[in-house]
Design a binder for this molecule. Structure first.
Ligand code: ZN
Length: 235
């Protein structure tokens, strides 16, 4: 662990730490991201950054409120920064207008560094498995990180976060969109005004829980996955 303090934090108001939020940096290099997360003018940060070679940088003390989630919502919580620990994983991310990038898998060394760090965080703060989420889950209107190449399944197998159990039925039953959105809301997603952006919201769910197809189509398999996650969450 490399100590690399960022000035971009303030005091936690609530004091509870309920969530672990994962991000990718979405910049050309890890150094660039590290510089930005420690630049007072940028006013962004995270508690940790994990380089491609597996080095872990500690930027903000977990007891303090880092600035990584922005406008976000999960369940009834709107100040996600106040209630979470945030980890930035170095990855150039998806391209967007004005930024060229080829989104690539996270490195094995990153996963090997992330797993024990995440295990320690969820254990020390007693964070529920269903409260380990991505930036794209809590801010799906604006964000798609850490994206469909992040291995949530492996993380869950290591005891961090939920992953759907094998589906017994993936038939082509009609999915009622109102019910589907209601379930997404129960799971934690902010579904307000979903009619405008249903595809984007469903796509965010799929990037996390069914990354092989994140077209945003509300198919039966996606619905069964969500139903299973709700059952796991209730236990
Ligand atoms: Zn992010």
């Amino acid at each position: 662990m490399i100590n690399h303090p960022s000035p971009n934090f303030d005091a936690r108001k609530d004091g509870r730490i309920k969530y672990l939020i994962l991000h990718y940096t979405g910049m050309a290099t890890g150094q660039e991201a590290l510089d930005r997360l420690c630049d007072a003018e940028a006013a962004v940060s995270a508690h940790y950054l994990i380089e491609e070679d597996g080095r872990v940088f500690s930027l903000v003390d977990e007891e303090m409120r880092a600035w990584h989630a922005g406008v976000s919502k999960w369940e009834d919580d709107v100040d996600i920064n106040d209630l979470s620990v945030g980890i930035e994983i170095v990855n150039t991310g998806h391209p967007y207008p004005g930024y060229e990038s080829v989104y690539k898998p996270f490195t094995e060394k990153q996963m090997q560094a992330l797993i024990p760090l995440a295990q320690s965080i969820v254990k020390r703060h007693e964070i529920k498995a269903c409260h380990v989420v991505g930036h794209s889950d809590v801010a799906w209107r604006r964000k798609i990180d850490p994206g469909e190449l992040f291995d949530w399944k492996r993380l869950s197998e290591e005891g961090v976060g939920l992953w759907p159990r094998k589906q017994t039925s993936t038939g082509d039953e009609e999915v009622n969109l109102d019910i589907f959105m209601n379930r997404l809301s129960q799971y934690g997603y902010d579904t307000e005004g979903w009619k405008e952006d249903a595809t984007q919201l469903i796509s965010a769910f799929q990037r996390h829980f069914r990354p092989q197809d994140f077209s945003g189509k509300p198919d039966a398999e996606t619905f069964f996955i969500l139903e299973d996650l709700l059952k796991q969450k209730a236990n």
